[in-house]
Design a protein around this ligand. Structure first.
Ligand code: SRM
Ligand code: SF4
Length: 509
């Protein structure tokens, strides 16, 4: 492992070398007993994240918990447990669907953690290694196994890879000290529903000599200082090789990734230093098998879909129903209601998307009209307006101390105001992110809004930088900053103008 000498270690390398975050698993009962204020500060503010538990400086004592939901899949039993966990916190208890198809819970009290972990384990939920220098939720098509046009059902592959990385939720010290966070996506669909290009390691469907497999992309990432799309590695792997191949890349990154400067510790910086040829050769060495060259073309050939609405499945007589969840925000009652709908109308499963929405699969034709007439579908709509349906937003200032602006509430109010002023002929994807870390992925949006602070009339005010030109699906491309420092108070007017000029919007009468 390339480690800096203690004198040159940054704060995070130091805290990792002093004690593995996974060690906190054995200390939860103690923390519950002594309370958050008496905890060691480094354990509380950093190492707890190895268990997926985040101290929130904005709401001290009310922790956030980031779960894992491979391919975004959950069951009604799991949703009820999640609702139950946050319900006891009243107004403090809430949750959000994340831009990696997972769920974050809010309001968590440290004294409840042992019981929360027991309840989650009983229904197969885990938050293990979902943050800090670990592998994040592995994304996959949210309609894997459901849609006729898919090339490969990636669900088992993604679950198996997660199980190996985090030892089925028990935690795995083999992968608990990476140089930095690591994102993996596996696409078996034709529309790149996972945003392959913004992951450190991505698999996209490709046929090699008529055999199905995946071309491999590496190094995609966003950060406050640099954003890059993933680049082809010139490797093709068969489905049965994906897990071992991924573990080899993780081992290579763990042992060789740059660690001195956290701003330069993502996988792309190692690729920069070595060049892609050496990176490939070193992967081959760790993998222990000759790597096959990439297939000449991949099979991503559709526009990216948002999965909102009613769609027939490949299983005759069944449909999946995509519900729009405004900015992905959920309360306890919403979890209970989603669980009920999934059980009454579907197969008890609910899936989450990277657009922070929910899908109820396996709804029989005969049950569709009754589901569509449920009052909840007024709130979680199947046919929202062309702007509302595509809004994505990161957490923002309400809970995130990096945020330069509040995001989710502004997203709802600004987009509502704009939608009242113009008719937009097609969906326009608008992504909000509270700071340059880009958790809300403004670079993949038609219009990306990144929080900023500016001086106006002698006052500091909330503003956004505007990104445009992000394309998704086939030939995905990152958008770029086109305007700086638009005050939030002027944003709806600026958006109306952009929508009219660039997206064919017309004024409502
Ligand atoms: Fe993120 C840090 C929230 C997806 C890039 N991100 C954070 C922290 C943990 C900062 C903090 O401690 O407050 C945020 C927690 C706020 C909170 O209370 O919720 C946070 N990131 C999120 C989520 C919840 C945004 C959302 O509303 O959906 C997403 C959780 C995904 C998940 O389920 O694991 C989330 N973050 C992303 C993405 C998008 C993606 O993965 O597709 C990115 C850009 C892609 C990437 O990572 O390459 C992203 N987050 C960052 C970064 C910049 C990373 C870097 O290399 O510098 C940070 C800052 C850091 O890690 O130092 C960050
Ligand atoms: Fe927080 Fe910034 Fe990420 Fe938004 S983009 S969740 S404000 S770190």
């Amino acid at each position: 492992m390339t480690t800096a000498t203690p004198a040159t270690q940054n704060k995070f390398e130091k805290l990792k070398s002093e004690k593995d975050g996974l060690a906190l698993k054995a200390e939860l009962e103690d923390f519950a007993r002594i309370g958050w204020e008496a905890m060691d500060e480094t354990d509380r503010e950093h190492r707890l994240k190895w268990l997926g538990v985040f101290f929130r400086p904005v709401t001290p004592g009310k922790f956030m918990m980031r779960l894992r939901a491979p391919s975004g899949i959950t069951t009604s039993d799991q949703l009820r447990v999640l609702g139950d966990i946050i319900q006891r916190y009243g107004d403090d208890g809430s949750a959000d669907i994340t831009t990696r198809q997972s769920i974050q819970l809010r309001g968590i009290r440290i004294e409840d953690l042992p019981e929360i972990f027991r309840k989650m384990a009983a229904v197969g939920l885990t938050s293990m290694q979902s943050a800090m220098d670990n592998v994040r939720n592995i994304t996959g098509s949210p309609v894997a196994g459901l849609e006729a046009g898919e090339l490969y059902d990636t669900r088992e592959l993604i679950q198996e890879l997660q199980d190996r990385i985090i030892n089925k939720g028990d935690g795995n010290p083999e992968f608990s000290n990476l140089p930095r966070k690591f994102n993996i996506a596996i696409a078996g669909c034709r529309d790149n529903s996972v945003h392959a290009e913004i992951n450190d390691l991505a698999f996209v469907p490709a046929f090699k000599d008529d055999v199905f497999g995946f071309n491999v992309l590496v190094g995609g990432f966003f950060s406050g200082k640099r954003c890059d799309a993933a680049i082809p590695m010139n490797v093709w792997v068969a489905p049965e090789e994906v897990v071992e191949f991924s573990l080899s890349i993780l081992r290579l990154f763990r042992d060789n990734g740059l660690r001195a400067n956290r701003m330069k510790a993502r996988l792309m910086f190692l690729i920069d230093e070595w060049g892609i040829e050496k990176f490939r050769a070193e992967t081959e060495r760790v993998y222990g098998k000759t790597l096959v060259a990439a297939a000449p073309k991949d099979e991503i050939e559709w526009e990216k879909r948002d999965h909102i609405g009613v769609y027939p499945q490949k299983q005759t007589g069944l449909n999946y129903v995509g519900l729009h969840i405004p900015v992905g925000h959920l309360k306890a009652a919403d979890f209970f209601e989603l669980a009920r709908l999934a059980e009454v109308y579907g197969s008890g499963e609910v899936r989450f998307t990277v657009e922070q929405n929910a899908i109820i699969p396996n709804v029989a034709d005969a049950k569709l009209p009754i589901l569509l007439s449920e009052p909840t579908l007024q709130k979680f709509q199947v046919d929202p307006g062309n702007l509302t349906r595509t809004v994505v937003s990161c957490t923002g200032a309400r809970f995130c101390n990096f945020a330069l602006i509040e995001t989710k509430q502004h997203a709802v109010s600004v987009i509502g105001a704009v939608e009242a002023k113009v008719n937009v002929p097609q969906p326009v994807r608008i992504h909000w992110t509270g700071c340059p870390n880009s958790c809300g992925q403004p670079q993949v949006a038609d219009i990306g809004l990144m929080g900023a602070k500016i001086r106006k009339d002698g006052q500091t005010v909330e503003a956004v930088d505007i990104f445009m030109g992000g394309t998704v699906g086939k030939d995905a491309k990152l958008g770029e900053k086109v305007m700086k420092g638009v005050p939030l108070s002027e944003l709806d007017g600026v958006l109306v103008d952009l929508l009219v000029e660039k997206f064919g919007a017309t004024a409502t009468t």
